[in-house]
Design a protein around this ligand. Sequence first.
Ligand code: TEU
Length: 565
Amino acid sequence: SASSEWWKRAVVYQVYPRSFQDSDGDGIGDLRGILQRLDHLERLGIDVIWLSPIYRSPHADNGYDISDYQDIDPAFGTFDDFTELLDAVHARRMKLVMDLVVNHTSDEHPWFLESRSSLDNPKRDWYWWRPARAGHHPGELGAEPTNWESFFSGPTWTLDERTGEYYLHLFAKKQPDLNWENPEVREAVYAMMRWWLDRGVDGFRMDVINLISKHPGLPDGTVTEGKTYGDGFPHYSAGPRLHEYLQEMRREVFDGRGALLTVGETPGVTTEEAALFSDPARRELDMVFQFEHVSLDHQDGKFRPRELEPGELAGSFTTWQDALAQVGWNSLYLANHDQPRPVSRFGDTAEWWRESATALATVLHLQRGTPYVYQGEELGMTNAPFDQIGDYRDVESLNHFTDAVGRGEQPDAVIAGLLRMSRDHARTPVQWDDSFNAGFTDGRPWIRVNPNHTRINALAQYDDPGSVFEHYRALIELRHRLPVVADGDFVRLDAGTPAVFAFQRTLDNERLLVVANLSSSAVTPLLPDAIREEWHDARLVLTNLAGERDVDAALHPWEAKAYTR
Ligand code: TEU
């Protein structure tokens, strides 16, 4: 029913609390800081707030390593602060979705402390424990049970001296993987999820949910030429029981509840697989985050990115749209706390900062799917000039630097990769104004504020009709006003040149046309004659430049226009 698919008309805003707004001067963002900034979110017009983890954590991975799922970490505040925030969000008719990180816990979680305490502890089988590989002694090089490489460099197994066995961690050593084969684990997770829903939260974003079902037997990955580790991904992603678990979770946790949002983060799944998660008939999730478009520029690993060819990004979007045209639903995103800033990565911060930020937003928000805005994206925040390893905080970046330099790579070359691709670019404090520390904190920020906050900040953009913020506000308003934006179909149009991304949305007799030049050169589109005829007198509903209004007029660099008829 329409109400159960409310998320098709919604826009979600991701808050990374650590970097959003500090209220107590300790240099770390917190829940009371978010309370202080709800006017900003309401002004933008968003419907749902997704909070990155706020649970008790040692912060080895900034909260994606949870040691108590049912308590708020003191760095972010108290449970009362959380309840006050939730009530305030609901009072403003917005929803609040939590980040569910259950592929792994922190190694300081009581479940793991018990599990590691002895070979026969009742919780031993809550995690993945294995003896040294046959023919090897524990601690020997190559004794790890599989040859897989961690997302955060190094092996995915760490020897626990106390019992002489290894435990699996696809991410950091401090993030041991839960064993979802064990029904006790699943029951404990579902109980925790129900506990949060009973407290009024409106759903979950599910961290690396495609990794919870590993292929039994944990086979080695193929080792390609010159590599030390094997490619474990096919053996730990989308394993044989993944959809069984998600359907069980839906029954055990979500059925019978009100209007909730469930979005799965599924790094590395194919577009075809993505349709399985969001096919309503399968009763799994509402949608997933795909990663094709944010892996396009990965060349030899993510930290050696390549330049994209004109049209590659548009091609990736079109693949999504075509695969989910009949069944399932898209999430639309370019930014989150793991990705470099889109305007730096896909746009042009040198010459066309505002134009490219608003063009990318236009083509994203007017596609079919639910748009996600990551904090600061609505301001056109950019990557940071972090040219010293001491500027970085992220475990992925720090481990990569140590590992790469240890393998003989030049430090400057490794820093060059971090300057383009580090997750820390998404984690610099939100730039609220041009004051010291951009209005984020009165204390010493946990990570440097981007010096360009004197030019790029919210206060400078409010009520400026051409600003990035106002453009995002207009896009969100358009989605709330025109049913074709949320419910229309999507057809890619041939614009005669790869730099131009043109598409049409149709809902009954309502039409929307988007034409955007996603390049730093002026270009003239060559739309099909039928389109030019049909749209020659259409109404221009949105543009990021005061250019020509004709649908086939030459486009300035990064000029993006939307028409209705
Ligand atoms: O990210 C999963 C994931 O795919 C990341 O490894 C990401 O793709 C990679 O860092 C990009 O190079 C989720 C969370 O979003 C991330 O913040 C956590 O570090 C990770 O899981 C472990 O919980």
